[in-house]
Write a new protein. Structure first.
Length: 124
């Protein structure tokens, strides 16, 4: 009979194998049918955002827009990967700073000015 550790290891290996297989499938789709890959990528990203808590959906949509713009403006796949990697690193550094010194983040956000909203078509 398997003990709980062996069951966990077995499940973990199966999940890892599933992820590797899924990655390989996506890589093949991207290589041989890039339009289908893009459609699937967009669909999966949108589903993830829709399944996220409502309070985070706007931020996630904004982040996805930023990612999509970086992807479309990159001259090469490598340049795109480097830029997205840099964005992730910046975000992690910001999170680390917020976790290690939350009061500094609160003070910074409180000191930032908000923009005045003006009407483009003032009522006469």
């Amino acid at each position: 009979m398997l003990n709980s550790e062996e069951v966990f290891d077995s499940k973990e290996k199966a999940i890892t194998q599933f992820h590797i297989s899924l990655f390989d499938d996506f890589a093949q789709l991207a290589k041989h049918k890039p339009n289908e890959f893009e459609a699937l990528r967009t669909k999966l990203c949108n589903e993830m955002i829709q399944n996220a808590p409502e309070r985070t959906q706007d931020r996630l949509r904004g982040l996805q827009f930023t990612i999509d713009m970086q992807r479309s403006n990159s001259k090469s796949t490598l340049a795109m990967c480097l830029k997205l990697s840099s964005m992730m690193n910046d975000s992690l550094l910001e999170l680390k700073e917020a976790l290690s010194n939350p009061q500094a983040l609160i003070n910074l956000r409180a000191s930032q000015k908000s923009a005045d909203i003006i009407s483009l078509f003032p009522h006469s």
